[in-house]
Design a protein around this ligand. Structure first.
Ligand SMILES: *[C@@H]1O[C@H](CO)[C@@H](O)[C@H](O)[C@H]1NC(C)=O
Ligand SMILES: *[C@@H]1O[C@H](CO)[C@@H](O)[C@H](O)[C@H]1NC(C)=O
Ligand SMILES: *[C@@H]1O[C@H](CO)[C@@H](O)[C@H](O)[C@H]1NC(C)=O
Length: 455
């Protein structure tokens, strides 16, 4: 194997000879375990083996045109080293409005629930993180907490107030000004992405945006997502399903599942969803699509929802208001293979997760009998295999504390580390032979006066 590596790949495989020539092509929790237990990672240690017989160090391979490259080097690097400053709610006038609404009446505990809970969870996890620093001068990155999606949904601020409050907060941030916002992180947990802040394009278009929505072709003229700087994050699956140990609803054995596929969701007037509901009416034995009530006495409870979800081999995840869909993430916790029917959807951690091994993506223009026929041809053994792979990576969807060796937050940290840039303003930064970093007028960086205009 070693001899087949060219120079470029060699930097990723410092101890080739110790590698098994593996067949397993997926990222597993392996890597995250390694990171946690050994911050000063040395890739040449011998490899402990877990119960599955899969080595916990350095034996997970990702195929790359016939060769195999060892994980984690291919994905991210050898160790995490990051300092993140988290703005305090009392430090900036207006920040509390973005967290708790105009009367301060909206509780973080209510905002942490539901599909947009990531805005609270990421904030809380960063406050606890070993990568947090309280010194701005040493920070690589700065986190600006806001629960604006939740605050807006609960009537705590309207769009105009959200916009004005963000601008007010940004005006008080000298470090934001220093970098033009390039080293500042914002979470926008819904399909609207950064559009939640109406004037985002003027004020935070250089900042790092964490959002589940990677669709760059949404109905607005300007997409708020930029692959150079932004990060796609997993949606927020209910804690009751992601906790290790006994979850609210346990998966069913494949043979016990009643349906080939299901779709759990409302039509919301969306073409793909209407087609699925129609298809379920035509083929009720194969495709379950219960009429979901989200209000009133017939509202489906959390447990009932997951009990439906687990009762099929395939969980269909069509596009909704926007391209990302929480159902995709949820399906892993009932061990149902997700079928993505959202053409522009993009997924997190794609450099290390092989999505072809854990899910199916089918053109939404081909929703119909053909889809059910196709799914019916897939042998159970293959489905079991996809489920097994999904079981290995689903820890990356759970917003668990840093003490967990594998979690969404670990993945996000690795992504964030890749976003640390040496230069503050890429286009407007220059450097000389001796390492001096200067601006267009050849003034040294340290002497720059407000390189960026105040918002
Ligand atoms: C957002 O607020 C800023 C500052 O108050 C203002 O200049 C801008 O026009 C607002 N944007 C929108 C879309 O209202
Ligand atoms: C960001 O916004 C500023 C101010 O409106 C503008 O000058 C700049 O071109 C924008 N940058 C990008 C990358 O869109
Ligand atoms: C680097 O070179 C420039 C141009 O000769 C000079 O002005 C600057 O002081 C030098 N910087 C350092 C750190 O030596």
């Amino acid at each position: 194997m070693g001899s087949s590596h060219n120079n470029k790949s060699r930097i990723f495989t410092p101890c080739t000879r110790t590698h098994q020539i593996g067949a397993l092509l997926l990222v597993t929790t392996t890597f995250f375990l390694t990171r946690l237990f050994d911050q000063s990672f040395s890739p040449c240690h011998s490899s402990p083996v877990n119960q599955d017989g899969i080595s916990h160090r350095n034996h997970v391979h990702i195929s790359d045109g016939g060769r195999s490259i060892s994980w984690p080097e291919r994905g991210y690097g050898s160790h995490l080293s990051l300092k993140i400053y988290v703005y305090d709610e009392n430090e900036l006038d207006g920040l509390k409005l973005l967290l708790y609404g105009r009367d301060g009446a909206i509780s973080a505990d209510s905002c942490v629930k539901g599909q947009w809970g990531t805005q609270v969870k990421i904030h809380r996890l960063l406050l606890q993180s070993r990568f947090r620093t309280k010194k701005k001068e040493e920070a690589d990155l700065f986190f600006v907490p806001a629960y604006a999606k939740c605050v807006r949904m609960m009537g705590g601020l309207n769009d105009k107030e959200i916009n004005q409050t963000y601008v007010k907060v940004l005006r008080q941030m000298p470090y934001f000004r220093r970098s033009g916002g390039r080293d500042h992180i914002f979470v926008f947990p819904s399909g609207a992405g950064a559009h939640l802040f109406k004037s985002w394009a003027t004020f935070i278009n250089r900042s790092i945006i964490l959002t589940p929505e990677g669709d760059r072709t949404d109905k607005r003229d300007t997409s708020a997502f930029n692959t150079w700087k932004d990060i796609i994050i997993p949606g927020n699956v209910d804690d009751g399903m992601t906790k290790r140990g006994l979850t609210l609803v346990q998966p069913l054995p494949l043979s016990k599942r009643k349906y080939l596929a299901n779709y759990l969701g409302r039509a919301q007037g969306k073409v793909g969803r209407l087609q699925l509901i129609e298809l379920a009416n035509q083929y009720p034995d194969q495709l379950e699509s219960p009429d979901l009530k989200f209000k009133g006495p017939e509202k489906l409870g959390k447990i009932e929802y997951f009990q439906h979800l687990r009762n099929a081999k395939f969980c269909l995840a069509p596009r909704g208001e926007s391209s990302w869909t929480l159902r995709f993430y949820e399906s892993f916790f009932v061990e149902c293979v997700p079928v993505i029917l959202s053409d522009e959807a993009e997924f997190p951690f794609q450099n290390v997760i092989d999505y072809t091994q854990i899910s199916i993506k089918w053109p939404s223009s081909r929703i119909g009998r053909q889809l059910l026929d196709y799914l019916a041809t897939i042998p159970d053994e293959h489905i079991e295999q996809m489920i097994a792979h999904g079981r290995q990576i689903r820890c990356l969807w759970a917003y668990a504390p840093e003490t967990e060796p594998c979690s969404a937050m670990q993945g996000i940290m690795w992504e964030l580390q890749r976003k640390v840039r040496q230069f503050h303003l890429s286009a407007e930064t220059f450097w000389l032979h001796n390492g001096s970093i200067v601006n267009r007028d050849l003034v040294e960086f340290n002497n720059w006066k407000l390189p960026v205009r105040l918002p």
